[in-house]
Design a protein around this ligand. Sequence first.
Ligand SMILES: [Zn+2]
Length: 198
Amino acid sequence: MRKKTLAAFIAAIILSLALSIPGFAGALSDFQAAQAQAAALTAQIQQVQVLAQTDPAQAVQLQALQAQLLQVQQLIASLQPAALQELQQQQAAQQAAAQKAAQQAAQQAAAQQAAAQQAAQKAAALQAAALKQQQTAAVQQRSMPAATQSTGGMVWLSATGSKYHSFNNCSGMNAAKARQVTLQQALSEGYQKCKNCW
Ligand SMILES: [Zn+2]
């Protein structure tokens, strides 16, 4: 028990020396360490106080611990203003960081909204283009030759030649070898209107 107390006492002195070196650590951490040290010393004193009633050596130890506690309490008092200042600075820094994070989040949200708006505009433009294409196709269909409609859109092609005909034996072509296709197909294959039968 006594050996343990002595070891703690030595540790307390070493800590006290470390804390007394300026700039060893921040004022706030020094302050917190000194507070912890004071709490440890107080607990030790309570233990030794009981033993000191019967053991003179423990009475000497008690006095040393009490002197040590006084020193630590003085250290706490001297560190308090700087520690408070540091605490306030830390809180201010935390507040600033939180503010900055909120700002960044707001900017990100705005950017996302802008992107969504752009996407919506693009979709609307695509839809408009599709509608226009449909209208153009409808106009083209309306402007097809009347003859196409009257023959159901089908024409005759001879085995040879570059014209399309309205019947399969026009101009002496071989009716057996003629084939019937749609006007659209004939046009797409490059056939031209026969002037004799249309
Ligand atoms: Zn013809």
